[in-house]
Design a protein around this ligand. Structure first.
Ligand code: ADP
Ligand code: AMP
Length: 209
């Protein structure tokens, strides 16, 4: 089964994908995570996209699509996957349709003020990518990753100026995908404002229909 998780940054796509991937036994492919890992490892791709990510702009379509195609070549994606943060433009969606049959597009619905609260409180462990929230999902010890004991960081693009830009980019370039997938009969809306366990439950019940 191939799923696309759509929705504004901070809606909880990564949080739910991390839980759902175990239950559905398919990998979670986050293009944001792939870019951050390239930046951390200082690869050619990482050097190319570092400033783009920090600003909240989108990486060019061709670069993003090539990276996804490469990821699809890995055998764990044969049974399907959860795409999180891809596609983000109509062009990416058109390209994706040529290489994968998408079963459902899950649209995480969340109002803007909640999005801002979630993004500004998000903290991550740089080495594992594990995500917390200062209020909604705090670590056991403030500022420290539960598993590695490393200090948690705030993503560069979770700082106020970049958040506002990302929301603008989302509205202009990604939100049109809602109508695009609705027209194809693939769109499934879920209420992302409730606790993660309830969001997950809604997702699983929708998939079992
Ligand atoms: P996305 O992948 O859509 O950008 P994340 O999964 O990283 O979003 O979630 C953004 C922030 O909101 C994180 O700090 C996460 O801990 C928190 N979060 C995620 N889902 C929920 C939820 N259902 N309720 C409250 N906070 C949440
Ligand atoms: P995310 O982790 O999904 O919030 O993505 C972080 C950043 O990575 C985005 O703000 C973009 O700069 C870049 N990015 C992730 N996915 C894509 C995509 N599908 N197309 C273009 N840029 C992307």
């Amino acid at each position: 089964m191939n799923l696309v998780f759509l929705g504004p940054p901070g809606a909880g796509k990564g949080t739910i994908a991390n839980k759902a991937k175990e239950i559905l036994s398919i990998p979670h492919i986050s293009t944001g995570d792939l870019f951050r890992s390239a930046i951390k490892n200082e690869t050619e791709l990482g050097k190319k996209v570092k400033t783009i990510l920090a600003s909240g702009e989108l990486v060019p379509d061709s670069v993003t699509i090539d990276m996804v195609i490469e990821r699809f070549m890995e055998s764990d994606t044969q049974k399907g996957c959860i795409l999180d943060g891809f596609p983000r433009t109509i062009f990416q969606a058109d390209e994706l349709s040529k290489i994968r049959k998408i079963d459902h597009v899950i649209n995480f619905e969340l109002d803007t003020s909640s999005v801002v609260k979630r993004l500004s409180g998000r903290r991550v462990c740089k080495s594992t990518g594990k995500t917390y929230h200062t209020i909604y999902n705090p670590p056991k010890i403030e500022g420290i990753d539960d598993e590695t004991g490393e200090p948690l960081i705030q993503r560069e693009d979770d700082k106020e100026e970049a958040i506002l830009n990302r929301l603008k980019v989302y509205e202009e370039q990604t939100a049109p995908l809602i109508a695009y997938y609705e027209k194809l009969g693939l769109l499934r809306n879920i209420d992302a404002s409730v606790a993660p366990e309830l969001v997950l439950q809604e997702l699983l019940s929708l998939l079992s229909k």
